[in-house]
Write a protein of this length. Sequence first.
Length: 289
Amino acid sequence: MKYELEAPVVGRLKAAIDLPFRMLYHETKLPEHELPDHFHDWHELICVHQGEGKMLIDHSIVDIKARSLIIIPGNTLHRTFQDADNPLTSSAFYISPAVFQGMGGEAASIQQFFERSRKSRNYIQVLNHKQMDEFERWIEQIYTETVSQEHLRTYATLLLLQLMLISLMRMMEAVKPEKTTLSGPIWMAQALKRLDEHLHQPVSLSELAHDASISTAHFSRAFKQHTGMTLTDYVAARRIILSKEKLLRTDDTMVAISEASGFESLPHFYRLFKKHTGMTPSSYRRLMR
């Protein structure tokens, strides 16, 4: 069976191994080639080797730099903003939850590694030099295995990936999480937080601008500049993510999920969900459960 992950990483793993994960290795992208805002069902780990930039993760805009380890759980809205003068060079792993199948009861603990980041909203850890050296060794080992032609390379890659995740879990348990450095004006962080907490309600641009003590035109321009999205697109993406969680974690009807996620009608919910995921909500629930 071949595992597929839609953009952003289709085809970037040089060796087409039969595993539910993809990898980018020491990639440097120009700002104009950076991906737009996106989210996917797979978990993502990014290790920044050098450079500087900012990242929209969930509803926060944070600074990233060399030795940043970025932990992005599945279905988390994110986008990278490169520093044009000091672009980021990073390695990334895209890991499907299917990786953990067949690992026994302890696999749930590894899954919780990603869920803890979601619950705490602490997505970035700056590694010290020793931790960075250790993580870079895992990156080298896994990449070397994926591009090799050795017998059982798929199984060896899976074992290395699992060992890396266990090592990373232990590493993170041994350090005190650093406070994430937010980027941008305070009113932007407050607006994003408010939107996240009231997705089930209608969104008022005028109210958001009033609370920020700026004009609606300024709010719209600044919002697009800082997030890369219009307010309408941002809210739609966040509501799709919320509806995906409800589809997988509840047995609620489509009408109930549509209303609880803030969509104006059931047809509107179906239309946007299919636009973002390529399938209907019902199909997504059947496939992912």
